[in-house]
Write a protein that binds this ligand. Structure first.
Ligand SMILES: [Zn+2]
Length: 294
């Protein structure tokens, strides 16, 4: 009797262990193969040397120059091949991409950077906090513990990424005449970065701001978060923005503006949207005041 009971208990424990192993393996497989619902999107010129090369939702941008190109954001690990196909479709060579930048280290924007880095040989730049997160494959001390545990066992997250350089707030990253200024606009994550740079359209120079995600997730918190969000908003309000984008397509009207640009006399005009930029900041501020999280 006692013998049978021990035997059965051993079997139960064995089955439990096997189920956990199976769950972890299936989860890892799903994580490795998922594209986060991403579908290919037609790449297009926004203005001058500034192009959209992202998927239907998660964004990626190409800024081209005579001495090499810059790619901002990598999507999920599996989005990277869509980004590379878009770069090729526009007639550019991934091997001419010299610098990789990012808006934040979450898997939907930082996950694909390693693939892009391996294909291009480009140098990856990140803020200190984002660099730590990218280098650990998406870990972040500000994420609540159960969620971090999922990263540790490989259920979420992405391959560890090699970060070549760390920048400080306000630093300008250059590839020949291409120059993007980093604004560490913390809140969504500690290292979240917005970028400002000029593009030329004919005889006018337009100011572009690529603003990071400003929403706050329920699974991520740190003591200085509210103060950081205030500072980020006031900094972003001080930037001149003729054209603005952010890292999810709907938020800046990618498809709507793409269609409008195809119909416009000057296609660039469809992307000039300082009111949209202010509305995006106003919405972020309203969320902050209301204490809303996602
Ligand atoms: Zn995010």
């Amino acid at each position: 009797m006692l013998h049978n009971f021990t035997k059965r208990r051993r079997l139960v424990v064995l089955l439990a262990v096997l189920s956990v192993v199976a769950l972890v393996l299936v989860g890892r497989w799903l994580n490795a193969t998922k594209i986060g619902g991403q579908q290919p999107a037609e790449p297009f010129r926004i203005a001058g040397n500034f192009y959209y090369v992202g998927a239907n939702d998660v964004a990626a941008f190409l800024i081209t120059g005579p001495e090499g190109h810059v790619v901002l954001d990598g999507g999920y690990p599996t989005t990277a091949r869509l980004i590379m196909a878009s770069i090729a479709k526009l007639g550019f060579d991934i091997k001419d991409v010299k610098v990789l930048l990012n808006s934040e280290p979450h898997p939907d924007h930082g996950g694909g950077l390693t693939v892009l880095q391996q294909a291009s040989g480009a140098q990856l730049w990140a803020s200190d906090a984002s660099a730590d997160s990218l280098a650990s494959g998406g870990d972040d001390p500000d994420i609540i513990l159960p969620m971090r545990a999922l990263i540790w066992v490989g259920l979420v997250g992405y391959p560890r990424t090699r970060v070549d350089h760390r920048f400080k707030d306000g630093e300008t990253i250059r590839v020949g005449p291409v120059a993007l200024t980093a604004h560490i606009t913390a809140g969504h994550t500690r290292g979240s970065t917005s970028w400002s740079f000029p593009v030329r359209d004919g005889d006018r120079v337009l100011n572009v701001v690529s603003v990071c995600d400003l929403g706050v997730l329920a699974n991520s918190w740190y003591p200085e978060q509210a103060a950081d969000r205030e500072r980020s908003l006031s900094l972003l309000r001080s930037l001149p923005a003729d054209i603005w984008v952010t890292n999810h397509a709907k938020a800046w009207g990618r498809y709507r503006k793409f269609l409008a640009s195809a119909a416009a006399k000057n296609p660039v005009d469809a992307f000039i949207d300082p009111e949209g930029y202010r509305a995006y900041l106003d919405a972020a501020e309203a969320e902050l005041r209301a204490g809303r999280v996602h």
